[in-house]
Design a binder for this molecule. Structure first.
Ligand SMILES: [Zn+2]
Length: 150
């Protein structure tokens, strides 16, 4: 274990060696991962996850699962923070989308109302026009009739 102690901050290097992010559940070899306590001088009593197979045979310099518990938990927190952040962004996006929809609906309603009012105004104007035309026509007819009588 002592040869791994310098690796405590090199998470990217550890990941490059095929280690999982967060708490390892199972080693790539299929063995379960167990929790062990470090007895090394630089990391006394520091707990770590280890492949059960490798732990049983006390392997060293192998590529079986190995990870400090505190680092794994930090990974988990990081992943959780990331997920919460993403969730928050999604929620905000949803809310913005909802507002946008409401606004579009409102805009549509407004447009329809303006349009129907304009139609009303136009048909009213047409009606007025017809009335005027009717009066004019009636006037003309009266003139014609009157001119014939006279
Ligand atoms: Zn293993």
């Amino acid at each position: 274990m002592s040869d791994e102690s310098g690796n405590s901050t090199g998470t990217s290097a550890a990941r490059a060696r095929g280690r999982v992010v967060g708490v390892p559940k199972r080693c790539w070899c299929g063995e379960l991962v167990v929790t062990k306590m470090s007895k090394s001088v630089p990391n006394p009593y520091r707990r770590y996850y280890r492949c059960a197979f490798a732990a049983e045979r006390k392997l060293s310099n192998d590529n079986h699962a190995y990870k400090w518990v505190d680092e794994a938990l930090l990974d988990e927190i990081e992943a959780l923070t990331f997920r919460v952040g993403r969730l928050e962004r999604t929620l905000i996006d949803d809310r913005v989308e909802e507002e946008r929809k409401k606004f579009a609906e409102f805009e549509m309603k407004l447009e329809t109302e303006v349009f129907s009012r304009m139609e009303d105004a136009i048909s009213e104007a047409k009606w007025e026009m017809k009335k005027v035309m009717g009066i004019v026509a009636l006037g003309c007819l009266t003139m014609v009739v009157l001119s014939k009588i006279i």
